[in-house]
Design a protein around this ligand. Sequence first.
Ligand code: BTN
Length: 263
Amino acid sequence: MKLNVDRFQESLRTKRFGKKTVFLREVDSTNDLAKELAANGAVEGTVVVAETQTAGRGRLGREWISPKGGLYFSVVLKPDVRAGEAVKLVFVASLAVAKVLRELYGLRVETKWPNDVLVDGRKVCGILTEMNTTGETVNIVVVGIGVNANFDVEEVFPEPLKKLATSLENELNRKVRLEELFTALLERLENVYDQFIREGFGPVLKEWRMYAGFLGRRVEVTSQTERLHGLALNVDQDGALTLKLEDGTVKRIFVGDVSVRTR
Ligand code: BTN
């Protein structure tokens, strides 16, 4: 099921997000094109969306496999905040996605620090935010969102990912209308983003925590340099994960991957 551009434009109810949208059948990475457009003066809210990506990128240099049927898009933002605040936009985006998946499809969604959205412990959406800064001044932020929508992960993903990922089609046993999903995501994203700019991170974080199923659980956190085990206590005002280690000390972690331990 392809994205119907006319139906998208008719139903979009945003003030800025998506008013300028570049639709592509294929692109290397929507984030890369959005960054290029932003560098050439694209206004805040400009969106790039593609049916597939040939070089979709994930966090920490990973690949984001982007088969047809998924939703891959990037939004250009120019927030008037310091770089230390802009890093929190990943929470803005994952909260918006979690709310939409719950509201539209009634799914029991969870957020996982820092940037994943899961259903039943499996990843259904990933978010990659990238910034261009001069010192603490933010010039451009690009928020890239990839949703596994209308495909079967068993058919399209390689073996190790099959167990870790899911799709809306796998969860709902049907295909979804991509334009409905896309407009809802842009509306929510604009709405949560505007709240973040107006009221700061506090209210966003408070709501994000309500989806954060890993809090209070024993987790493993891996970063490029270490692997830690402990109890996930909280995500704090700086967006850091606070982890209670097995020796009782509490450590704040800014970059890493969390997996919930079942044993
Ligand atoms: C992750 O989970 O590691 C983040 C994945 C982000 C994927 C999206 S798809 C749209 C945008 N373009 C990219 O190349 N990546 C993001």
